[in-house]
Ligand binder design. Sequence first.
Ligand SMILES: *Cc1c(COP(=O)(O)O)cnc(C)c1O
Length: 393
Amino acid sequence: MTYNELKSEENKYVMNTYGRFPIALDHGEGATLWDVEGKKYIDLASGIGVNCLGYANPAIIDAIDKQAHKLMHVSNLFTTEPMVQVAKKLVEKTHLGGKVFFANSGAEANEGAIKLARKYSFDKYGEGRFKVLTLINSFHGRTVTTLKATGQERFHNYFFPFTEGFDYAVANDIKSVRAKADDMTCAIMMELIQGEGGVLPLDREFVKEVEKLCREKDMLLIIDEVQTGIGRTGSLFAFQQYDIKPDVVTMAKGLGGGMPIGAVMAADTCCNVLTPGTHATTFGGTPIVCSAANVVLDTVGDGQFLMKVREKGEYLRNGILSLGSPNIKGVRGMGLMLGIIVEEGKHSVFANKLIENGVLAITAGKNAVRLLPPLTISKEEMDEALAIMAKVF
Ligand SMILES: *Cc1c(COP(=O)(O)O)cnc(C)c1O
């Protein structure tokens, strides 16, 4: 089908909940994609930071194929090897200790973390210590609870009543966090680089101070690494570059290399809080998805691979800055999570122009063109993208 034919059927049969770009994608290889009409794109979005090993990765295809022939799904009433392996790799490679719970998405991972924090506090202090503090301009998901956890007023609409027990502090302002963290607060949840909010990295000192405050008041420090995790920032998790030890780390996007998965990793401080009957999900940790996650962790968890991510991030950042375009006000971010800063409100104009010219990019916040390319992107693909950016910017 052509794009126009597909689009008219989509309009007829699919709920109109996304402002989609006007192309229909068909297949890909590495960081290169083709649409249904055969037009080629360099992909600097990777499905919002999901396809970390690129498209048609032979190791992932092979793992999924082998696992599909053995067992795709069995429910969480039984133990399976791929699931146990993923958990072991996460715990060992982060040196966090602790244990993992598997979910299916970022929002579901964050819901799990919120439940964990509330039960941690309930078990220890009884009722009333339920508040979760998040940061203004954050993004934590689209369920009724994680929308409320999201520190942006525009998300708190239509779906009333939202889950109670959330409050918001100003990012990079420890006084604001101290003022908001009261006797009812059981956890502070934050992204280390606000992704959706505009690719805004938190200050190191601020993050250290938040960690200290959490220890003082026995609040759990939940780091939402749904976007920053799995090598995106040049370390397996961003928290490793902030020199902190979170109680809970949530992840999703990159973990399955394109397969839907989310996870809550809890350190020794709280990894036994959720017990049989208190939390569950039908598809969590299903073998077919974990077979892909195992390949992702074996690949991305390697020091050489992560060094290359940092080098590619610098190459892309320098390449963009040296375009010397007056439309580019700067580049924010870490590793291969970058935001090209443009005039406020112009980010979607540039993203659309990039797509028209053969580069897939997305937007973030009020003024960022967000780049989250596959971590495996080649120098040739980056150069091709930079040449197109030179034209567009
Ligand atoms: C994408 C994202 C989420 C939500 O993940 P879903 O898989 O879409 O539910 C949560 N937190 C952060 C930081 C994200 O980037």
